[in-house]
Ligand binder design. Structure first.
Ligand code: CO
Length: 213
């Protein structure tokens, strides 16, 4: 069977199962959403946000792009972030990268891939910030793994540089911003221990006051 047909069939079975477990499942979900988490992850088909975290429809608000980037000119990401933080009032924002990320791997090479080179250049900039540490790692896989981690950490910093996050912290001391990495090999998520709920770790020139008007 063609993949898309199988998906439509699977959807019907999934609806049946959901209704068997809870006849009100869709009725309740249709009333609205109150997710506690915004997930910023990679588009990679092997890292499905809900499935790997055991979460159900309604539990996480999701934004995915190649290599889980927080790019300050990305209107899509900024709109998702603003809506999640200021309308849904999520308690947590999680950047989740993954080892073996094709986007990060491509950024480590000199090869051209087309339009995507402009997106991947943001990862090269992460490499530049950490060039001493990365170039000191001789094993190529270990260096790749470390760039995946450093990329997540830099995206966490890119999140907390935004007025969206900093203004939210002033008004309600939330959300907590986390950096995680998922392993394709084990299925396990590693918390990188870079959780922030204030801008105190940022250099002073990134700190933002409220607008004076
Ligand atoms: Co990826």
């Amino acid at each position: 069977m063609e993949a898309y047909k199988a998906m439509l069939e699977a959807n019907k079975k999934w609806v049946e199962k959901c209704l068997k477990d809870d006849p009100e499942f869709f009725t309740n979900l249709s009333k609205g959403q109150q997710p506690q988490v915004l997930w910023i992850g990679c588009s990679d088909s092997r890292v499905p946000a809900n499935e790997i975290t055991g979460t159900r429809p309604g539990e996480i608000f999701v934004h995915r792009n190649i290599a889980n980037m927080v790019v300050h000119t990305d209107m899509n990401m900024l709109s998702v972030l603003d809506y999640a933080v200021n309308v849904l009032h999520v308690r947590h924002v999680i950047v989740c990268g993954h080892y073996g990320c094709g986007g990060v791997q491509a950024a480590m090479t000199s090869q051209q891939f087309g339009l995507i080179d402009n997106w991947l250049r943001n990862i090269k900039d992460v490499y530049r910030l950490h060039v001493d540490e990365l170039d000191a790692i001789e094993d190529e896989t270990a260096r790749f793994d470390r760039l995946v981690e450093l990329n997540v950490i830099e995206q966490v910093f890119d999140l907390i540089k935004t007025s969206i996050i900093q203004n939210a912290w002033k008004s309600r001391s939330e959300p907590f911003v986390h950096g995680w990495v998922y392993s394709l090999n084990t299925g396990l998520i590693k918390d990188l221990g870079v959780t922030f709920d204030s801008n105190s770790t940022l250099p002073h020139f990134y700190h933002m006051r409220h607008m004076p008007f």
